[in-house]
Design a protein around this ligand. Structure first.
Ligand code: PMP
Ligand code: GLN
Length: 387
C-alpha cells in the first residue's frame, strides 16, 4: 500500500452491535431452547391470505408496485382506519406502504429529524428508534418509565421540551412492557406540545393486539394530534407473518410527501403480490383482526395461569404478544446474564429489558413472547416451573 492511504471505515454507529433479537434467537437455536425471545408466531397465517398470494403471483402481478403502495391496499387501509378510528385518510396522499414498520419508522425519522434536533422517546423503547435518530444527527432524550405501571410522568416530559425538540416517538401497545396508552394519555401529550412545533411518531404495530376494555387508542383518532403525526403499523403482527415485511404509515400530505422522498430511495416499492393479497384479506375477512384480541388473550391467560405456579411474577399485560416476568425471587443475575443462563440451562429463551434503555436499568424483568401454539407455551411453562 506504499504511496496510498490505508482504507478504513469509521463506523457511523460505533456503539451498536447485532440486535438482541438476532442474538437471542441464535442462542436459542444453538441451545435448542424454546424460543420465546424474538417476537414471531410459531404458527401460520390465514390460509386465505396464502391462497391470494399464490393467486396474484399466478396472475402475473410480479412487477413493481406503485411507489406509494398498491391502490387496492391503500384503499383497504383507508377504509379500516375510518371504521376503527373515525378518520378517513386520503388514499392518494396520506398512506404509504413500506417494507415492514421498520422501514416506515426509519423513513419518518429520516424525513423529520435534522442535525441537532432533539427527539423524545420513552424507555424502554423499541431498539430501531435510536440508531435512526443518530444517523440523522438527532439527539435522543430518553424518559425512563418506571415499573410496574410504566406511566409517563408528564411533568418530566414537559421539562424535556425545548425549542430544539422536533419529534416525540411513542409506542402503544408497548413493546416490551405490554402497557397501552389511553385517550387521556394522548390528550396529555397534545396539551404538553400544544405550543411547540413538534411532530409525533406513533408506533402502533400491535394496534390489533390490545386487551384494554376501551380498545386501542390510536393517534389517528385524536383530531388535534393527527395533524402533526405519523402512525405506523405492520401486517406482520396482524396476520401472523412477520417474514412478509409489509407495513405502512399514515400521515398528513405534507409529512407523507417528505417520508415518500426517503422511501422511494430506500426501497422504492414493496412486494406487489403480498400487497394485493393483504388487500384481499382486509376486505374479505375483517373478522381476522377484529377477533385478534380474543385470540391472543386466550394465549396470554393460558401462559399466565401456567406460570402462576412458578417463582416468576408475571406482570399485567394489556397489549402486544409479550409479557413481562419478574425473576427477582429466582436470581440476582442482571437481566442479560439471566436470559443467557435461562436459555442455556433451562431451555427457554427470553429478552432482557435493559437493552431497550440507556444507562441504569436495574429491574429484574424479562420479556416472554406468547405468540406460540398451546403446546409450545405449555412446554415452556413446564420448564419455567423448575426455576
Ligand atoms: N415496532 C415495534 C414496537 C415492534 O415490536 C416491531 C417488530 N416486532 C416493529 C416496530 C417492526 O415491525 P416490522 O417487522 O413490520 O418491521
Ligand atoms: N420486533 C420483534 C421483537 O420485538 C423483533 C423484530 C426483529 O427481530 N427485528 O421481538
Amino acid at each position: 500500500m506504499s504511496g496510498q492511504r490505508s482504507l478504513s471505515l469509521d463506523s457511523k454507529l460505533p456503539s451498536l452491535g447485532t440486535t438482541i433479537f438476532t442474538q437471542m434467537s441464535a442462542l436459542a437455536q444453538q441451545c435448542q431452547a424454546i424460543n420465546l425471545s424474538q417476537g414471531f408466531p410459531d404458527f401460520d397465517g390465514p390460509s386465505y391470505l396464502q391462497q391470494r398470494l399464490a393467486y396474484h403471483v399466478s396472475q402475473g402481478s410480479n412487477q413493481y408496485a406503485p411507489m406509494t403502495g398498491a391502490v387496492a391496499l391503500r384503499e383497504a387501509i383507508a377504509a379500516k382506519t375510518e371504521s376503527l378510528y373515525g378518520y378517513l385518510p386520503d388514499v392518494g396522499t396520506d398512506i404509504t406502504v413500506t417494507a415492514g414498520a421498520t422501514e416506515a419508522l426509519y423513513a419518518a425519522i429520516t424525513a423529520i429529524v435534522r442535525p441537532g434536533d432533539e427527539v423524545i422517546c420513552f424507555d424502554p423503547s423499541y431498539d430501531s428508534y435510536a440508531p435512526a435518530v443518530e444517523l440523522s444527527g438527532g439527539i435522543l432524550k430518553r424518559i425512563a418509565l418506571q415499573p410496574p405501571e410504566f406511566k409517563v410522568d408528564w411533568q418530566a416530559f414537559k421539562a424535556l421540551l425545548s425549542d430544539k425538540t422536533r419529534l416525540v416517538i411513542l409506542n402503544t401497545p408497548h413493546n416490551p412492557t405490554a402497557t397501552v396508552w389511553s385517550h387521556r394519555d394522548f390528550d396529555a401529550l397534545a396539551h404538553a406540545i400544544a405550543d411547540y412545533p413538534v411532530f409525533v411518531l406513533s408506533d402502533e404495530v400491535y394496534e390489533h393486539i390490545c386487551f384494554a376494555p376501551e380498545g386501542h387508542a390510536s393517534v389517528l383518532a385524536h383530531s388535534r394530534l393527527r395533524e402533526r403525526s405519523v402512525a405506523v403499523s405492520s401486517f406482520g403482527k396482524t396476520f401472523h407473518m412477520t417474514g412478509w415485511k409489509v407495513g405502512y404509515c399514515v400521515a398528513p400530505e405534507a409529512i407523507s410527501r417528505e417520508i415518500r422522498k426517503v422511501h422511494q430511495y430506500l426501497t422504492f416499492s414493496v412486494n406487489t403480490p403480498a400487497q394485493l393479497a393483504i388487500a384481499d384479506m382486509l376486505n374479505a375477512q375483517p373478522e381476522h383482526y377484529q377477533e385478534l384480541p380474543a385470540f391472543y388473550q386466550a394465549k396470554r391467560d393460558r401462559f399466565t395461569q401456567a406460570l402462576s405456579r412458578s417463582r416468576l411474577k408475571v406482570q399485567p399485560c394489556s397489549g402486544t404478544y409479550f409479557l413481562l416476568a419478574d425473576y427477582s425471587d429466582v436470581s440476582d443475575l442482571d437481566d442479560v446474564a439471566f436470559c443467557q443462563w435461562l436459555t442455556r440451562e433451562v431451555g427457554v429463551a427470553a429478552i432482557p429489558l435493559s437493552v431497550f434503555c440507556d444507562g441504569e436499568f436495574n429491574h429484574r424483568l424479562i420479556r416472554l413472547c406468547f405468540a406460540k401454539q398451546e403446546a409450545t407455551l405449555d412446554a415452556a411453562a413446564e420448564r419455567l416451573l423448575s426455576l
